[in-house]
Design a binder for this molecule. Structure first.
Ligand SMILES: [Zn+2]
Ligand SMILES: [Zn+2]
Length: 344
């Protein structure tokens, strides 16, 4: 049994002196130096008396990239950090290999090495916290997805289905909507006649196709297509055509039974106040009874719980009462507060 009740400083509540949330916008951090005691177990009381600054940390994260794909540290570094801050469970979700060149997926020739590395960590550290082997799998019709040749025979505890590629340029290169502002503009102009409505509609069509065909456990950053909208001001999320696409996608998710992640990376990495998906969408998902979870999409060990407190505060206001986590090998609902999930 994992000891989930370790008392440590809650990263989102601190000043960042231990290296948490280094990218937080200063304004959001102001006045945030409050020490939190969300819940305490009697056997922690002696510890509590000895130290004035103690916290309960119980976040979990299942969206995480290491140096095998586009993250920047060895897989073990994430687990060391997770143990240090008392996380009860952690999941790796490298960008799954695809059959064309990318800068950020696990190269096909390193895939076995990656899987072995995670398995070794599971064996070595599995008695300290629960460790899960996942993948973030791209969906490109007939090219990439859960059922692609590269992934058959791959055993996974869960997988995140994400759309990063939307159709192709004339030279057959796939348009990655998630790389840079320049590439985003280039694809929008040359593939979609500079028409964001066409591009976003295609993005959501692909999302629905992925959900129906691959049935991901988790739908990753569901409205990724908005990534450069703040800078380019291309559309308004209240536009009827956009809301219609979102609603169709919500109906599709409802049928599939998948979990939608609320991804905090835009907030802590790019200083965007919005989460993925936007809160108005989270509200609709919640009202539709679709399971939700919080993921950080960490690319560095000090990002593993980044933005989670911010996200939890937003969710509480909607209100979202419970979020999902993979625990004891099952997806379960948990109550939560701004310091983490509450484990019974
Ligand atoms: Zn992604
Ligand atoms: Zn990711």
């Amino acid at each position: 049994m994992v000891d989930v009740a370790q008392l440590v400083r809650a990263p989102d509540c601190g000043s960042g002196s231990r290296g948490f949330e280094p990218h937080l916008p200063p304004k959001i951090h102001e006045g945030n130096n409050i020490y939190c005691f969300p819940f305490l177990f009697p056997y922690h009381l002696p510890y509590f008396r000895k130290q004035k600054i103690i916290y309960m940390q119980s976040w979990v994260n299942y969206h995480s990239h290491t140096r095998y794909d586009d993250g920047n540290a060895e897989p073990i570094e994430y687990i060391k950090k997770a143990i240090e801050i008392g996380m009860p469970a952690y999941g790796y979700s490298a960008h799954a290999p695809v059959n064309f060149n990318t800068d950020w997926c696990v190269p096909q020739e390193k895939f076995n090495q990656y899987k072995d590395a995670i398995k070794k960590i599971k064996d070595e550290y599995g008695n300290k916290l629960q460790i899960y082997q996942g993948l973030e799998i791209d969906y490109i019709p007939d090219i990439a997805g859960k059922n692609s040749n590269i992934l058959k025979d791959t055993e996974l505890d869960y997988f995140i289905g994400s759309i990063h590629f939307v159709d192709r340029f004339q030279n057959d290169d796939h348009w990655n909507i998630d790389t840079s502002l320049e590439l985003f503009k280039k694809g929008l102009i040359s593939i979609f006649d500079n028409n964001i409505r066409k591009a976003a509609t295609r993005y959501f069509e692909l999302t629905r196709q992925m959900i129906e065909e691959d049935q991901p456990d988790i739908i990753g950053h569901m409205d990724k297509i908005k990534m450069f909208n703040t800078k380019l001001n291309l559309f308004d999320e209240t536009d009827k055509w956009y809301r219609d696409q979102v609603n169709l996608t919500i109906q599709c998710i409802k049928k599939s039974g998948g979990i939608v992640e609320i991804n905090t990376r835009g907030y802590y990495r790019y200083n965007q106040p919005e989460l993925y998906p936007s809160l108005w969408i989270v509200n609709l998902l919640n009202k539709a009874g679709i399971p939700l979870m919080i993921n950080s999409d960490s690319h560095k060990p000090n990002e593993i719980v980044a933005g989670m407190t911010y996200c939890a505060k937003k969710l509480k206001k909607l209100p979202v009462e419970k979020i999902f986590a993979l625990y004891n090998n099952k997806w379960k609902e948990f109550l939560f507060n701004e310091n983490g999930l509450i484990f019974p």
